[in-house]
Design a protein around this ligand. Structure first.
Ligand code: MTE
Ligand code: MO
Length: 331
């Protein structure tokens, strides 16, 4: 049966049609986890999946096959941001600097054919067609918070797999200490490339252990469908414990290097944006506090600001990566 959603007017399959299989799989997973004693963490994920199963996919773009997220901490039970907000309130400077620009302008982005080149200090460099990259590993749905450095956040069900799956296959050499991510810079299709907004192409970087962390997601979709162009189609990074700008969109190159690479925002304003950019309520941006955030969709007159959590709430999973580091210095 199809039901009409009041928010967007689109037809969605009724919940009863889409939940049974997912719920069945989840129960089986949960029983397995209980047997291994890992049920505590799994229960939160379980609740999140049930909530998700009630959230129909928007039905606008191609569906992606996926299983529920299996990585510990990869699912939050918070209410999902509406698809409409997540796909119309964006930062994608190649298409303009206003939040509404990417949704308006990114239709010109050509996402097929698309290749991602893996190069640098690896034994098996190569070019991956997007179709092959999609099939490299089973896709998971993971509900992550994404917190922008500007002070707003969203909760989005991403679809993809751990970047580590790709990294393992290309066999990094011992000298590879960092990973640099290069995104598309095409003047023909991206109206702001060529304007002196940022030093194009937009690039980002992670330390090897950050890139290998299971939470670091190579994302191909959201809300059960392929990514809308404005959210970084056809493939982007999602690093949920770091400020949003680390989650580079529309990736074309992944390069393994020895030295810490420059990043788009670090090059634009070194004192304001460091290499690490971990979400940290105790380290202010030089021009504003990072202690609280506004959840998109909750911005009524009486909506309370939320307290920003250390590592965006993923401290249990990633805190160990930074043991002994002065996070005020390495911001
Ligand atoms: N190529 C590219 N990637 C990018 C950006 C950008 O301008 N260009 N903006 C970043 C910023 S600042 C944020 S907050 C997130 C926003 O992702 P979303 O629009 O999917 O929420 O994308 C990041 N990735
Ligand atoms: Mo951002």
């Amino acid at each position: 049966m199809l039901i009409r959603n009041h928010d967007d007017g689109f037809l969605h399959p009724a919940g009863s049609e889409i939940t049974p299989r997912a719920v069945h799989d989840n129960r089986r997973d949960l029983l397995k986890l209980m047997a291994t004693g890992a049920a505590g963490a799994a229960l939160a994920a379980w609740a999140g999946r049930e909530a998700l199963a009630q959230t129909p996919r928007p039905g606008k773009l191609a569906a992606l096959p996926y299983v529920p997220g299996k990585v510990a901490g990869a699912t939050t039970i918070e209410k999902l941001t509406d698809y409409k907000d997540a796909s119309t309130y964006n930062n994608f400077y190649e298409f303009g600097v206003d939040k509404s620009d990417p949704a308006r302008n990114a239709h010109t982005l050509k996402t097929s054919p698309w290749t991602v080149e893996v190069e640098g200090l690896v034994n098996k460099p190569g070019k991956f067609a997007i179709e092959d990259l999609l099939k490299l590993s089973p896709q998971e749905e993971r509900i992550y918070r994404l917190r922008c450095v500007e002070g707003w956040s969203m909760v989005i069900p991403w679809v993809g797999y751990s970047l580590a799956e790709l990294i393992k296959r290309v066999e990094p050499q011992g000298s590879a200490k960092y990973v640099e991510f290069v995104t598309l810079a095409d003047k023909q299709t991206m109206p702001y490339v060529g304007r002196p907004v940022l030093d194009w192409p937009y690039t980002e970087g992670l330390r090897m252990d950050e890139a290998m962390h299971p939470l670091t997601l190579l994302a191909f979709g959201m809300y059960g469908e392929v990514l809308p162009n404005q959210n970084g189609a056809p493939v982007r990074l999602v690093v949920p414990w770091k400020y949003g700008f680390k989650s580079a969109k529309s990736l074309v190159k992944i390069r393994f290097v020895e030295k810490e690479p420059g990043t788009a925002w670090n090059k634009a304003a070194k004192q304001e944006y460091g290499f690490y950019s971990n979400v940290n309520p105790e380290v202010d941006h030089p021009r504003w506090s990072q202690a609280t955030e506004r959840r998109i969709g909750e911005d009524g007159l009486f909506a309370k600001k939320r307290k920003t959590l250390m590592f965006n709430g993923y401290e249990a999973q990633v805190g160990q990566l930074y043991a002994g580091m002065d996070l005020k210095k390495f911001y």
